[in-house]
Design a protein around this ligand. Structure first.
Ligand SMILES: [Zn+2]
Ligand SMILES: [Zn+2]
Length: 257
C-alpha cells in the first residue's frame, strides 16, 4: 500500500491546489492521501490555514474524497502546532471540523512566552537571529527547550502522529550549530524516544527536507529511528509534500528498518 498522510496545499503554504495533489497522487500510484493544513486554531499565523477558511478547507477535502473515492482514499487532517500558551494539537480543539486524524508538530521554540518564539524551520537566517535574540545565542538551550516541549506535547495532548520529531536538524548541514554526536544531544533524543514509546503515538518518518534539498536523510535521524524501533514505536513514512513533485520523495528507499 502506498500512502502519504502529510500534505500541504494552497490553503496554507503549499504550491498546488488539493485537486492537483490528488490527481498527481493517483498518477504516482498512491492508495491513500491525507491532507494536513498548517493549523494553529483558533489563532492566525503566516503560512497557516486562515481561521476564516477552515470550513472551506474541510468541504473541499471531503468533496474531493467523494469525487475521486473510486481511485484513491482521501483523508482530512491538520498539522496542528504546539505553541505553549497559544495553541495545542488537541483533538477536542479540532472536533468542530471532524478530522480523520491530527499530526502534532512544533515549528516554534518559545523562550518563556509565545511572543518570544524562534522559527525552527523557516530559514537559516531567521533561526540564527532567533537563537541570538531569545536564547542569548545558546543553541544547546534552544534545542533542550525544543525537546522538552516535544515531550510535553506528546504526553499531554490527544493526537495521532508526531510530526518531524527532530526538526532542528533541518539547517544543521548548513549552519553546523550543534553536534548530533554530543552526549547531551544523544541524551535528549534518548529521553524523547522513551516518552514517544510510552505515548503509543505513531511517529512519522518525514522526507520533506530531502525534496527541498536541505538534507539527504529524513526526520528523525538514523540513530533516533533505531531508538524508536527498539522500543516498538509504530512509524509511517510521510513526504510532507508542499508541491506535486514532492509527493513520493524518498519513498523508493527503506527508512523504517
Ligand atoms: Zn511541519
Ligand atoms: Zn508539514
Amino acid at each position: 500500500m502506498k500512502a502519504n498522510y502529510h500534505t500541504h496545499t494552497s490553503f496554507c503554504d503549499g504550491k498546488n491546489t488539493p485537486e492537483e495533489m490528488v490527481v498527481a497522487a493517483i498518477e504516482k500510484g498512491f492508495d491513500t492521501l491525507g491532507f494536513t493544513a498548517h493549523a494553529m486554531y483558533p489563532f492566525e499565523g503566516e503560512g497557516y490555514l486562515p481561521t476564516a477558511r477552515y470550513d472551506e478547507y474541510v468541504q473541499t477535502i471531503r468533496s474531493l474524497a467523494r469525487t475521486y473515492g473510486d481511485r484513491i482514499k482521501i483523508l482530512l487532517g491538520f498539522e496542528a502546532d504546539y505553541i505553549p500558551g497559544c495553541t495545542t494539537p488537541d483533538r477536542a480543539r479540532y472536533a468542530p471540523f471532524n478530522p480523520d486524524y491530527l499530526i502534532g508538530s512544533i515549528h516554534f521554540v518559545c523562550a518563556g512566552s509565545p511572543e518570544k518564539r524562534v522559527a525552527v524551520d523557516y530559514s537559516p537566517e531567521r533561526l540564527t537571529a532567533g537563537i541570538r535574540e531569545f536564547f542569548g545565542g545558546d543553541a544547546k538551550a534552544f534545542l533542550q527547550t525544543y525537546f522538552a516541549a516535544l515531550r510535553e506535547m506528546v504526553s499531554r495532548y490527544d493526537f495521532d502522529i508526531v510530526g518531524h520529531a527532530d526538526l532542528p536538524r533541518k539547517f544543521n548541514g548548513k549552519l553546523h550549530y550543534f553536534d548530533e554526536e554530543a552526549p547531551w544531544y544523544r541524551d535528549e533524543i534518548l529521553r524523547t524516544a522513551d516518552v514517544l514509546a510510552a505515548s503509543g503515538k505513531n511517529v512519522e518518518i518525514n522526507t520533506g527536507a530531502i525534496s527541498r534539498g536541505w538534507m539527504d536523510t529524513p526526520y528523525p535521524s538514523g540513530e533516533f529511528r533505531r531508538l524508536l524501533l527498539a522500543r516498538g514505536v509504530q512509524m509511517v513514512v510521510n513526504s510532507d509534500a508542499h508541491f506535486v513533485d514532492g509527493l513520493d520523495c524518498g519513498f523508493d528507499r527503506r527508512w523504517e528498518e
